[in-house]
Design a protein around this ligand. Structure first.
Ligand code: FMN
Length: 457
């Protein structure tokens, strides 16, 4: 069997994920498995049509394609995202029709599912038959039982392909005809507020709906809006995954990104991300922008700022994208205040929603509303806390931040008094007649402390 592996890690041969593929190769030396560097060579691939066509030909002549990549910000690395955009832009329909494919990733299991969902969605749109993918933790490789599970997955994948077992399609977005947003002229509102809004967009001249939405928002906002096009930032590459920034938040790439970020994003009170849907996400440029913010490490440097999204395209049909937006915002400890799209019937509807979006933002600011953290932040914080605690030699800047801000204080094993109480409680609960007696009082007992506080208020 001929298998093409597309390596999406910008670290190429030094990729952790790729070592797993090398393991599969070792165990399956009867198959022809070729690895193609996608992320490392993305500029060459984009600029050299012969190279691009050669890769596509190899993919089409194979029995199956395997996408091997690290999870980057709940998705794939920006370089690989660009490659996928090129496939949509340049390949005729049916190029990959019914070709089997799957994904294999490594990560710390933070929003790995949204990355896998994304890959399944785009692959299905490209015509592939997507076989359920595998998400390994980056430490799994050192555990015998986990390696056994990985190889079992690979064996199963090969057999699925060899036996041509049909697979169900998971996503099938029906794209409605978008309306052209032609708003009536809006009288600009006087900018009285001292709060700073930065509106980041990747809009190109052809993104007319998005550009008009931005104009309407700028005019209707009571806060001064600093609109910046992220395409103008001097960004040499996407994130290289080198982790040099871990020590002191200094990015190894000497370009204009960090200065732009610190001058415009870190300084703002409100951040609005504005973009048009491209495949099942925003553009690779947006992804590059997000990946490069990794120089901040795992510290929530945008904590307390408000974050809104202005999207042109069928967002309501891409729940996975919504979820990854919400996860990122919650994990950056930001106050998300809303999301608007151009998925409306008339231009007036869109304008009304933008005005409402602006009003909602103002009211949230006035009332100092901060929604409680959800599973995204609570779960994410625990994953990051454990990860940074055990990798502090490299992620030193994060470690110092977590220490200073008490992130390690909620390790359950550090709560000695609670642990002693739990042991005593557990001992008594082990005695059947006592347990019966306690359990009868369990529910009223649980609510009693709430009632006590309520009485005092
Ligand atoms: C820019 C960047 C973003 C990342 N985002 C995530 C993430 O969202 N979720 C996660 O679990 N791991 C994340 N990671 C960790 C990588 O997925 C993980 O280290 C992976 O094993 C690296 O694989 P590689 O060596 O093949 O590139 C991120 C790493 C980098 C550098």
């Amino acid at each position: 069997m001929k298998l093409i592996v597309l390596n999406g890690s910008p670290k190429a041969g030094k990729s952790i994920t790729l070592q797993h593929i090398n393991y599969f190769k070792k165990e399956h030396n009867q198959h022809e498995i070729e690895v193609i560097e996608i992320s490392k060579k993305i500029k060459k691939i984009e600029n050299n049509p012969d190279l691009f066509n050669e890769i596509v030909e190899k993919m089409s002549n194979s029995d199956a394609v395997l996408w091997s990549f690290p999870v980057y910000y709940a998705l794939i690395p920006s370089q690989m995202k660009r490659f996928i955009e090129l496939l949509f832009e340049r390949c005729p329909e049916n190029t990959f029709k019914n070709k089997y494919t799957t994904s294999f990733t490594t990560s710390i299991n933070f929003f790995d599912h949204t990355a896998h969902n994304y890959m399944q969605g785009v692959c299905e749109d490209l015509g592939f038959s997507f076989i359920k993918s595998y998400s390994a933790h980056m430490d799994d490789f050192f555990k015998k039982d986990k390696r056994k599970a990985m190889i079992a997955f690979f064996n199963w994948f090969i057999q699925m392909v060899e036996n041509k077992i049909p697979v169900e399609r998971k996503y099938n977005i029906q794209l409605p005809q978008p309306i052209i947003y032609e708003p009536d002229k809006i009288k600009p509102v006087e900018k009285k507020s001292e709060k700073k809004v930065v509106l980041l967009t990747d809009a190109r001249p052809e993104d007319t709906n998005l550009l008009q939405m931005i104009k309407t928002f700028e005019a209707s906002s009571s806060m001064p809006v600093n609109t910046k096009n992220i395409r103008d930032i001097d960004m040499k590459n996407g994130c290289l995954g080198c982790c040099n920034c871990g020590y002191d938040n200094t990015c190894i790439q000497k370009d204009g990104y960090k200065k732009f970020y610190n001058d415009n994003v870190t300084n703002a009170d409100v951040i609005i991300m504005a973009g048009s849907i491209k495949d099942h996400y925003l553009s690779a440029v947006w992804k590059k922008f997000l990946d490069r913010s990794f120089f901040n490490g795992h510290a929530p440097v945008l904590q307390g700022k408000q974050l809104g999204f202005m999207i042109s395209g069928p967002l309501s049909q891409i729940q996975n994208l919504r979820e990854s937006f919400e996860a990122i915002a919650d994990n950056w400890h930001m106050k998300t205040f809303g999301l608007i799209t151009d998925e409306h019937k008339t231009s007036q509807d869109i304008t009304d929603h933008i005005l409402a979006f602006e009003k909602q933002l103002t009211l949230l600011q006035e009332n100092e509303v901060e929604f409680a953290p959800s599973f995204y932040r609570v779960g994410g914080q625990k994953i990051f806390r454990d990860f940074i605690y055990t990798t502090r030699a490299v992620f030193k800047a994060d470690h110092l931040f977590y220490k200073k801000h008490g992130h390690y204080k909620d390790f359950p094993q550090k709560k000695i008094k609670k642990r002693v109480n739990d042991h005593i409680f557990s001992f008594f609960m082990g005695i059947k007649p006592v347990r019966k007696k306690i359990h009868n009082k369990f529910i009223p007992g649980m609510v009693a402390p709430y009632k006590k506080v309520l009485k005092q208020l």
